[in-house]
Design a binder for this molecule. Structure first.
Ligand SMILES: [Zn+2]
Length: 233
């Protein structure tokens, strides 16, 4: 086992262990990876291992083309999706996939999550995008690899930047989130689940609830981001 990958194994392990604590996964569902940009590899959860049996050394090291570089176990079945995103989106160092209940419910409706409130606007200024289900040819092909392109195509079509919008719903499947670190990607998964739950309740209470108005979207986003942010310490 190479010492070289110690740091990303630790980060990936710690971040994976957050998922059950945050109530974002059941059983062995879900996976987090952490990348080392210099080595062009990432550490990812092994496939089908319960969270309580994980350890840093069980994290599998994979390159950005999806080849296993180091580790004794088979990597998560979603590994190729992570590899595609790392390869094409150069400023992300962590990716999370869960089937968290509310975000997955929205994915199953194939709808973007409308920006209804300031909790949403604190994190992104647009609806949470939902990538349409992939066509049959892609499904029959290299499915997990194509899921990466399904996500990137959605961002291209909607004119979104992966640095501004760190989350997506994969239609009929579930969410993926990412960030500059694995921890930030986990944080984004928890925020997404909360925003998805609030949006669901909003539509239950008022099916024609209006979207947040532009002035509030801008105000809330800029409080936390940008040159004049003043949220936090
Ligand atoms: Zn999945």
């Amino acid at each position: 086992m190479s010492k070289k990958y110690h740091d990303i194994r630790e980060s990936a392990y710690e971040a994976n262990m957050q998922l059950p604590k945050l109530g974002l996964v059941l059983f062995t569902f879900g996976n987090v990876s952490a990348a080392d940009r210099e080595e062009r590899v990432f550490a990812i959860k092994p496939s089908g291992v319960p969270y309580e049996k994980l350890s840093p050394k069980k994290m599998v090291i994979v390159d950005f083309d999806g080849n296993i570089i180091d580790g004794d176990l088979r990597p998560s079945s979603d590994t190729k999706t992570h590899a595609v995103l790392y390869k094409h989106w150069e400023n992300i160092n962590g990716i999370v996939h869960t089937h968290s209940t509310y975000a997955t419910a929205w994915a199953q409706t194939q709808r973007d999550i409308p920006i209804f409130g300031t909790t949403h606007a604190d994190h992104l200024t647009v609806d949470v995008p939902c990538a349409p289900p992939m066509d049959d040819e892609m499904i029959k092909g290299d499915y997990e690899y194509e899921t990466g392109f399904q996500i990137m195509n959605c961002f291209k079509e909607k004119g979104l930047s992966y640095e501004d919008v760190e989350m997506v719903l994969v239609g009929n499947h579930a969410p993926f989130t990412w960030g500059k670190t694995a921890d930030k990607a986990v944080y984004n998964s928890a925020v997404l689940e909360s925003v998805a739950q609030m949006a669901y309740l909003t539509e239950q209470i008022n099916p024609s609830a209006p979207r947040l108005k532009d002035a509030l979207i801008k105000k809330h986003f800029e409080r936390k981001h940008g040159p004049n942010s003043y949220y936090g310490q």
